[in-house]
Design a protein around this ligand. Sequence first.
Ligand code: SAH
Ligand code: SF4
Ligand code: F3S
Length: 438
Amino acid sequence: MSAPKKLYIKTYGCQMNVYDSERMAEALAGYEQTDTPDDADMILLNTCHIREKAAEKVYSELGRFKGLKAEKPDLKIGVAGCVAQAEGEEIMRRQPMVDLVVGPQSYHRLPEMEARTHNGAKVVDTDFPEEDKFEKLKTRPKAKRGPTAFLTVQEGCDKFCAFCVVPYTRGAEVSRPVDRVLAEARDLVERGVREVTLLGQNVNAYHGAAQGGEWTLAQLIWALNDIDGLERIRFTTSHPNDMDDALIEAHGTCDKLMPYLHLPVQSGSDRILKRMNRSHTAESYLRLIERIRAARPDILMSGDFIVGFPEETEADFQATLDLVEEVRYGYAYSFKYSTRPGTPAAERAQVDPAEADDRLQRLQALITRDQRAIQNEMVGREMGVLFEKPGRKPGQMVGKSDYLHAVHVQAEGLQPGDLRRVRIVESGANSLRGELLD
Ligand code: SAH
Ligand code: SF4
Ligand code: F3S
């Protein structure tokens, strides 16, 4: 038998791409993964189109593979993900050495596409096919896994925020059936996974087919809660308008559901939220968080913000700062608005880039202040830590707390996958230090 060919995958963008990359690697059965492009027989870039910078990175990365391709004419280069979906054949026009372009909804066809490239064909598939790609994909081999895993349960978006490409690159909202999700979760647990993060562009809009009708995300979480050996459940990303009562309540009552919620709001100004087509107000968002905190007082909130959205004034921006002050985020991600071709906001009057930069810095300073303070407040508290890997010092292990902070512990005999109670004793630059309680 000839040695397996080597596949190098580079992943950009969100966690859904991380999950998709794992599935694509499994689908390409004749390949084993390598972590350098230099010895690869196939290079696959799994791309992101969310901001201009993300999309442009793909072309500069492809440029770097020119030499490799010249040395090794059999090397196949593929582009997958959201840039593939958005630009399709245009990618091959700009970079003729690309052999294959596959969109995020058609990658179950990848093996067959890959085979066609060996006859010298250039292959593009950016369909939104009728068939369920997850159903068509190979099941995961029974290989051992680390303690944490992503599990995509929902894809696509029907919200059409005025700045965002996701509804175009990922298509309409679709949920995977409940039995498939549960089967995949059980399989992951058998292979060593103790924490799953359920993924979806709008994960809390989940409505998966189940016996006797459809289940919501809260129902799915309760079913996962019953799986022995699965210790922690998280989900991301949620839209404020899809947080139903049962899901809010689950944060108080479901013991495996972790006290962390990523709930992007984008802006604190109602005028801008309206222009963004967000269909919620700053006030309704704040009231929602009040209800979530009533169910789970220690929940750590996380969010996303866009500054410099078209027509954003200093007063609008101030409203964003006020909202951030009021919420106190444990984590928050802020981005300068990036014009995306084909989206409604691209046509509007843009904010001066220097002004947008200034706002981004001010927002990030405020977010960092809260983030640090909240991390420091963990000192003295007791919490669960799921250990993932050895630390840099001998005898040290690193894991994630219930609130997703990295925690270092010095202790003999700890293994990846151990979930232990820890007292936090120190807060460092980017992580906490803890001591085992039991
Ligand atoms: N589905 C998720 C996340 C989508 S993309 C949600 O609805 O929240 C992740 C983040 O990228 C968004 O929350 C937003 O803050 C940011 N983003 C999306 N489009 C952008 C654009 N055109 N410019 C800058 N940031 C953008
Ligand atoms: Fe994009 Fe809005 Fe959909 Fe999130 S909800 S993916 S920001 S369109
Ligand atoms: Fe990027 Fe596509 Fe995810 S645009 S953020 S990779 S859904």
